[in-house]
Design a protein around this ligand. Structure first.
Ligand SMILES: C[C@H](O)[C@@H](O)CC(=O)C(=O)O
Ligand SMILES: [Mg+2]
Length: 436
């Protein structure tokens, strides 16, 4: 087999000025500029095959993740991709456990975001090399091979490689064709950004209902009376039978969360997302117990730093919905470990996708889950936000409120050159024009 040697890991700071129109705003992140550390892996003597990966950020601070990618690059450059893919868990452990760098994590924060960007680029490259979209690569890998990509350190008390291999289904061609035609259910957060006016919220509800959406998420947590008004507006617009979810983005203390959400029960939220600190496992468990009689579930995960936190959330009965994020943990290798654990605990995964490039990635993971792991759609949906897809070479397709399985090879993470030239920070055309 010809070697696929990694010549260079290139990383860029890309920032889109979404804060200008309050896109993506919530109770804690009032002015996000959807951004990313964007990685391109170049292969020696090959100008065509490249891998693209990203870690989502909110603007300021992206430079820290970019620097972290540069620090990791020396562990990646010069490696042969085939050797990485043959022992992906070993490579993952090498870059997450480097004896000096692990001190600035371990497996959390900026260094772990950098791991995600690099690891996701390696999966994109692998899928392109196989000429398949990532979901299909995941589906087609023999169970032993797929499971061998996971580093099980810290989770064997809950799940083992043998159990994961057992869980994987035989190939299901009918499920594949269903994903290519009907697709997987989506929900929208578009109607719920905190900085949007009531008129905008109202017209977006109508637009998404017309597009076939049946589940809607709204931001809460800044002001209780405003939350009530906003939720009444949305509930009236979508009707009593559609799903309404609420998201506080870590705004409250534990008791405050219980009281606030209790005040909102009349709007019948399906879940309260990120009620408190993402690190507070027992706090989530307390909230979940208190809200159970109200039939309101707890959802979290977009800021869960690694598989260990997810493991404990599941062990503690702290969540009813598990919200993996494609680039908060260390890329696909770690995310699928969480899918396996969620299946074992019977908790549905509803991936987080409010950001740039996240809808692009998580569709692959959830479609794999449906085809190969759980075969379930009940209580499962992929978040959809309609921002910035025009900057990607393979934007996701959402039809009648469903994600349609992507066809293009890779992880849908390649950003168009023109967009890079415009939005690279600080010297791209857009940023140099606003700074002058
Ligand atoms: C800052 C992001 O837009 C965040 O509000 C996204 C989020 O919480 C979600 O999509 O859920
Ligand atoms: Mg959220």
């Amino acid at each position: 087999m010809t070697a696929l040697r990694i010549e260079r890991v290139e990383v860029r700071d890309i920032r889109f000025p979404t804060s200008l129109e309050a896109h993506g705003s919530d109770a804690m992140h009032t002015d996000p500029d959807y951004s990313c550390a964007y990685v391109t892996i170049h292969i020696e003597n090959d100008s065509v095959l490249k891998g693209h990966g990203l870690a989502f950020t909110l603007g300021r601070g992206t430079e820290v993740v970019v620097q972290a990618v540069r620090s990791l690059a020396r562990l990646v450059e010069g490696e042969d991709c085939h050797e990485i893919w043959n022992d992906f868990a070993g490579f993952w452990r090498k870059i997450t456990s480097e004896s000096q760098m692990r001190w600035i994590g371990p497996e959390k924060g900026a260094i772990h975001l950098a791991v995600a960007a690099v690891v996701n680029a390696l999966w994109d490259l692998w899928a392109r090399h196989e000429n398949k979209p990532v979901w299909k690569l995941l589906v087609d890998l023999p169970p032993e091979k797929l499971v061998s990509t996971i580093d099980f350190r810290y989770i064997t008390d809950v799940i083992t490689p043998a159990e994961c291999i057992q869980m994987l289904k035989e190939h299901r061609p009918e499920a594949e064709s269903e994903m290519k035609t009907t697709g997987f259910p989506a929900y929208t957060t578009q109607v719920g950004w905190l900085g949007y006016s009531d008129d905008t919220v109202n017209s977006l509800c109508k637009e998404f209902l017309n597009d076939g959406f049946t589940s809607f998420k709204v931001k809460v947590g800044q002001n209780l009376e405003d939350d009530k008004k906003r939720l009444k507006l949305v509930r009236d617009a979508i009707g009593p039978d559609h799903n309404l979810m609420i998201d506080a983005n870590q705004r409250w203390d534990v008791e405050e969360a219980i009281q606030w959400v209790t005040e909102l029960q009349e709007f019948k939220p399906l879940w309260i997302e990120e009620p408190t600190s993402p690190d507070d496992i027992l706090g989530h468990a307390t909230i979940a117990k208190a809200l159970k009689p109200l039939d309101i579930g707890v959802a979290t995960g977009e800021m869960c730093q690694n598989r260990v936190i997810f493991k404990q959330l599941l062990q503690a009965n702290a969540i009813s919905f598990c919200q993996i994020d494609s680039c908060r943990m260390g890329g696909i290798n770690e995310v699928i470990a969480v899918y396996f654990m969620a299946k074992k605990f019977g908790i549905p995964v509803c991936p987080h996708a409010g950001g740039v490039g996240l809808c692009e990635m998580v569709q692959h993971l959830q479609i794999w889950d449906y085809i190969s792991l759980t075969g379930e759609k009940q209580n499962r949906m992929i978040e959809w936000v309609d921002h910035l897809h025009e900057h990607f070479t393979s934007p996701p397709k959402v039809r009648r409120g469903h994600y349609i399985a992507p066809k293009d090879p890779g992880y849908s993470t390649e950003i168009k050159i023109r967009s890079i030239e415009t939005y690279e920070f600080p010297d791209g055309k857009y940023w140099s024009s606003v700074q002058n």
